[in-house]
Design a protein around this ligand. Structure first.
Ligand code: GDP
Length: 141
């Protein structure tokens, strides 16, 4: 399997509860390395432009409100099959449907406050990494 990069976000509900270290450990245990990382606070408008693909969905306003409600940790994870592996480690969008041992099953509070984001395809990963990071901020090795 090829080495990939993917965008991961530790969402405000998890940062607020000091779960950042535990979540990063879950990625590292499965072979994903952090090659870029920063803690930032998005405005509601910036959250809206990141989630623009969902702009017509009924949950869009609540999602943007939540994503700008506190600091997030945005990071680039690298490893073999990183895009799918990140999503497996996160678990299903709805925490009630997420498998035991996944981030969302262990930590999520609700469908909106579900602790983590991960890119869902190679194209999305490239666009989402470029949304948050310049080339110089991403470790190349
Ligand atoms: P993901 O790739 O698993 O994060 O899911 P999506 O890309 O479909 O949705 C983006 C985010 O919007 C999710 O992580 C949830 O926080 C939120 N979301 C998605 N679907 C719903 C929904 O039906 N209700 C609510 N309240 N939030 C949702």
């Amino acid at each position: 399997m090829s080495v990939e990069k993917t965008l991961s976000i530790i969402k405000p509900d998890a940062v607020k509860r000091d779960l950042t270290g535990k979540i990063i450990a879950m990625f590292e245990e499965k072979g994903l390395r952090v090659v870029a990382q920063k803690k930032i606070l998005l405005s509601k408008e910036q959250a809206g432009s990141f989630y623009a693909v969902h702009r017509d969905r009924p949950f869009f306003d609540e999602l943007c409100e939540f994503m700008s409600s506190g600091p997030i940790v945005v990071q680039v994870l690298q490893g073999s099959n990183a895009i799918d592996l990140n999503r497996q480690i996160m678990g299903a969008t709805n925490p009630e449907q997420a498998e035991t041992g996944t981030i969302r099953r262990e930590f999520a509070l609700s469908m909106t406050e579900n602790s983590a984001h991960g890119s869902d395809s190679a194209e999305t990963a490239r666009d989402e990494i470029n949304f948050f990071f310049s080339g110089l901020e991403v470790l190349q090795f």
